[in-house]
Design a protein around this ligand. Structure first.
Ligand code: ADP
Ligand code: ASP
Ligand code: MG
Length: 408
């Protein structure tokens, strides 16, 4: 008998009909003799609606209350799914993150799972019940307050539960057939990958391919749990995310991210300590700084640009405006009309020329590069927001992922 963790995303449980369909699939898996833990997201659109409601009430709602609010979304979905599974004639019990023993740190809105105490989950499995756990949430054991894990966090709940309970399989059911060579909503001829390595998936998730949340891929890699990303609408195979893959494509996929803004601090005096003076207070306020570029100018000052998630812009602005007075910089500009396109592929390590080709393709399509960053298997460029979809399409056409080493 196997233990299977199945995670269903928001679109997969968006209405009563779809919840019944998910219930039927879960019941079939249980009747085949497997133990099943189901992780469920809020019904499609619910989390966005709740965030919007809160904003209408306050421009800066307290993190604790936001988490109280948002966790309600998953709670509705889990109870409805439990009811639908009962209707199938299979016993099921739903748990909040707290009831399922998911303990996190205290960072509201972006809490990290610290420990999972699976007693109740294990007991219910032993009683032959399907266990349904609300995704995206946990509890801070010190304050006893509920927390959320960040957008897309149900993926992290699923993989962490799979690790803690030594599951045989972790299946991520979603609204696409698997991990594609680019976001299929933007590139019509993007292809499904049969498999992708944790290393590449980490880069893709970190650069906007929201089909898997970054933390879930980290758990998968750290605990060596292969993930099967597949469609909740049919039974066909999806994409296996695992340690090693058969082929090392030069380029496996193109990702893009429209959720970051560019902050530029102008006229920074060029002397030791200014970068630390800028980035220390940003770190202290938990601003997630991503790409950083420093341009040396001739008059002894430099411009420093960096990207931050758009929701961190107000704090980043407040902090940098204070710092520029201290370090006597000229000013701060924020540009939210930017986006990042990335090409990712493990074969890039042993195959020079990818960056040059990427820059040439963007240039010949009239797309200006504002910032560049690289890792050993990724190249990212920041471009204007209104050119991002074109950038993804032209790069996908030029690189034709997945291109295998030796296949060029
Ligand atoms: P769920 O609600 O099931 O968690 P998400 O909306 O979080 O689903 O993630 C699935 C979406 O991710 C797809 O609908 C697709 O638009 C987007 N996506 C972005 N990049 C990719 C990619 N490379 N492969 C597959 N989907 C991608
Ligand atoms: N409902 C949460 C969100 O929309 C978590 C998730 O779907 O994974 O981000
Ligand atoms: Mg998701």
């Amino acid at each position: 008998m196997s233990l299977i963790v199945q995670k269903y995303g928001g679109t997969s449980v968006a209405d009563a009909e779809r919840i019944r369909r998910v219930a039927a699939r879960v019941a079939t898996t249980r009747r085949a003799g497997n133990d099943v833990i189901v992780v469920v997201s809020a019904m499609g659109g619910t989390t966005d609606q709740l965030i919007d409601l809160a904003r209408q009430v306050s421009p800066s709602p307290p993190g604790r209350e936001m988490d109280m609010l948002l966790t309600a979304g998953e709670r509705i979905a889990m109870a409805l799914l439990a009811i639908a599974i009962h209707e199938e004639g299979v016993e099921a019990v739903s748990f909040t993150g707290s009831q399922a023993g998911i303990l996190t740190d205290s960072s509201h809105g972006q809490a990290k799972i610290q420990e999972i105490r699976s007693f109740r989950v294990q007991e219910s499995l032993k009683e032959g019940k399907v266990v349904i756990v609300a995704g995206f949430q946990g509890v801070d054991p010190e304050s006893k307050d509920v927390t959320t894990l960040g957008r897309g966090g149900s993926d992290a709940t699923a993989v962490a539960l799979a690790a803690a309970n030594h599951a045989d399989v972790c299946e991520i059911y979603t609204d696409v057939d698997g991990v594609f060579t680019a976001d299929p909503r933007i590139v019509a001829d993007a292809r499904k990958l049969d498999e992708v390595s944790f290393e590449e998936m980490l880069e893709l998730a970190a650069t906007g391919a929201k089909v898997l949340m970054l933390r879930s891929v980290e758990f998968g890699r750290n605990f060596n749990i292969p993930l099967h990303v597949r469609s909740s609408f049919h039974d066909g195979p999806g994409t296996w995310v695992k340690e090693t893959t058969m082929e090392q494509a030069i380029i496996s996929a193109i990702s893009h991210d429209t959720s970051e803004a560019k902050v530029t601090v102008r006229g920074v005096p060029d002397r030791p300590g200014v970068a630390a003076a800028l980035f220390e207070p940003l770190a202290a306020r938990e601003v997630n700084v991503d790409m950083i570029v420093q341009n040396v100018s001739e008059d002894g000052t430099t411009d420093i640009s960096f990207t931050v998630p758009t929701e961190h812009v107000p704090v980043a602005k407040e902090v940098t405006e204070k710092v520029i007075v201290e370090i006597e910089a000229a000013g701060v500009d924020v540009d939210e009309a930017v986006a990042r396109v990335s090409v990712v592929g493990a074969g890039m390590k042993s195959h020079p020329g990818v960056a040059a080709k990427m820059f040439r393709v963007l240039a010949s399509n009239g797309i200006n590069i504002e910032m560049i960053s690289t890792s050993s298997i990724r190249i990212s460029c920041v471009v204007a927001l209104d050119q991002i979809e074109e950038a993804v399409r032209v790069l996908h056409a030029a690189f034709e992922p997945p291109r295998m080493v030796g296949g060029l």
